[in-house]
Design a protein around this ligand. Structure first.
Ligand SMILES: Cc1cc2nc3c(=O)[nH]c(=O)nc-3n(C[C@H](O)[C@H](O)[C@H](O)COP(=O)(O)OP(=O)(O)OC[C@H]3O[C@@H](n4cnc5c(N)ncnc54)[C@H](O)[C@@H]3O)c2cc1C
Length: 441
């Protein structure tokens, strides 16, 4: 299934050195796992899914060998049903809600069953019939991440014309270049994104809205705009010694690993990752799997306060990653260009305590302290409001911004959640845009 179509990533790239940690089921394994489902009438698993996939419904179809029916059920609720099968934090969503846990049994492996059901049907005519009637109404989507692609798929299927503007050369957003390789490789993500785009969406890659095409021209040419521009680039700390070789933004590094030809880490054996979110945990695990012997996460607050998932941190620890809580970096130490370590201090309430400074030897520093830039710039250009956390303000029920023609969803609205949330918010906006374009609200 690798590298099938137009958007390619190099066939020799660093992410492929990391194994898929949840490989596909064999048919017998899937049947046995599906048979464990209790088909609860109140379906807590479905309620826990932001896209409300009918989990019991698709699992029943898997159990009877009706994989195509199962795939239909999944994709109709969630256009990224394949990626979500592999990248969703199922531990805190559907599988976390599985009632088998109340009987001290492992939950049904819903994610792996979803992969089993969807993988064979990527690229097939499985979404059901699209409306043959064109409405003559046009929508522009900004960004080709899961939020925009979902919104666009829903709209083209009911007869609207949709153009997606994407500043990068390949589509899929962070689902293509951000996800840990042990969950999903870039070429696999691209297959799903390309298939969805082939359902009638026009994609303009290498076009940055606000630079290559003006907001004004979009507002004039299109009946509605969906903003799915994500969050932006890695943030930096602004500490001495930070600029220069050996200090990386986590997302920049992950993107190079996933879509560049190779990441040269020759001779580097240790890394200090700064941050307490899932991105910090991901990159720390990835570096361990790539063979670095000494990888640490440094977080300024306590473990209990970490925004990253406890199950992810526990997996990182099992992979040999060390975790230092209440630790802040103050300065990057270098010998010439080469990073030799950090000066760190103990932190109370995320602030360095005077007199507690010490050296922390490391050959590489990775910053995973958040993303910024894009949504602020785009929102300013579009004239839509941001809240105090920098998230685009939308009406919760509709995804509509203060401008009735402009909708938004995904990371730029929720501040950075999961692919499944971006999909749910793309679905939400599409339903209201469709209604609006047909003369409703
Ligand atoms: C390192 C990392 C790991 C993650 N791992 C997981 C995971 O395991 N599971 C999970 O569910 N979620 C994960 N996520 C989160 C998930 O990837 C995001 O929530 C999801 O991709 C958000 O989708 P989006 O469409 O809102 O934005 P994005 O995916 O960020 O897409 C936005 C798109 O807009 C484009 N764009 C921005 N500005 C412009 C402009 N001016 N003009 C044109 N195009 C523009 C960008 O290039 C990008 O393609 C991870 C995130 C990160 C950072």
């Amino acid at each position: 299934m690798r590298n099938r179509k137009a958007f390619r990533v190099p066939s020799k790239r660093t992410e492929l050195e990391i194994a898929d940690l949840k490989p596909p089921y064999l048919e017998g394994e899937a049947l046995a796992e599906a048979a464990r489902c209790l088909y609860c009438h109140d379906a807590p698993c479905t309620k826990a899914c932001p896209t409300e996939i009918d989990v019991a419904g698709f699992v029943r179809k898997v159990s009877t060998g009706n994989l195509k029916g199962a795939a239909k059920t999944i994709f109709q609720a969630n256009a990224f049903g394949y990626s979500c099968a592999r990248v969703c934090p199922v531990e805190v969503l559907c599988e976390g809600a599985c009632v088998l846990s109340l009987q001290y049994k492992p939950p049904v492996s819903i994610g792996r069953l979803q992969r089993h059901a969807t993988e064979p049907f990527l690229g097939e005519d499985i979404m059901g019939k699209a409306s043959p009637k064109k409405t003559g109404r046009k929508v522009a989507c900004i960004g080709a991440g899961p939020a925009s692609i979902t919104c666009a798929v829903r709209l083209v299927r009911v007869g609207h014309e949709v153009v997606i503007f994407e500043k990068r050369k390949i589509p899929g957003g962070l689902n293509t270049w951000g996800i840990a390789p042990y969950k999903l490789y870039a070429d696999e993500a691209l297959i799903e994104a390309e298939w969805l785009l082939s359902l009638g969406i026009e994609l303009k890659t290498g076009v940055e809205v606000g630079k290559d095409v003006s907001i004004q021209s979009l507002l004039e040419k299109y009946d509605a705009i969906f903003l799915g521009g994500g969050l932006g680039q890695d943030s930096f700390l602004g500490i001495p010694g930070e600029k220069g070789p050996g200090v990386f933004g986590a997302i920049e590094l992950i993107e190079r690993m996933k879509t560049g030809s190779s990441l040269k880490l020759d001779g580097v054996e240790s890394a200090a990752v700064i941050g307490g979110g899932n991105t910090a945990i991901d990159i720390a695990r990835e570096l361990r799997y790539l063979g670095l012997t000494d990888v640490s996460i440094l977080y300024r607050r306590t473990e209990m306060e970490m925004p990253g998932y406890a199950h992810e941190l526990s997996a990182a620890r099992s992979a040999g990653v060390r975790f230092y809580e209440k630790t802040v970096p103050l300065r990057v130490l270098r010998d010439g260009e080469k990073v030799t370590g950090l000066v760190v201090a103990r932190a109370e309430k995320a602030r360095a305590v005077e007199g507690t400074e010490r050296d922390f030897p490391t050959q590489m520093v990775v910053l995973a302290i958040g993303q910024a830039g894009e949504r602020e710039l785009l929102s300013r250009l579009l004239g839509v409001e941001l809240d105090s956390d920098g998230c685009v303000i939308v009406d919760e029920a509709t995804g509509r911004t203060g401008n009735p023609k402009i909708f938004a969803g995904g990371d730029c609205v929720n501040g950075g959640k999961e692919v499944v949330n971006a999909v749910a918010e793309g679905n939400r906006a599409a339903a209201v845009i469709d209604e609006m374009l047909r003369g409703g609200k």
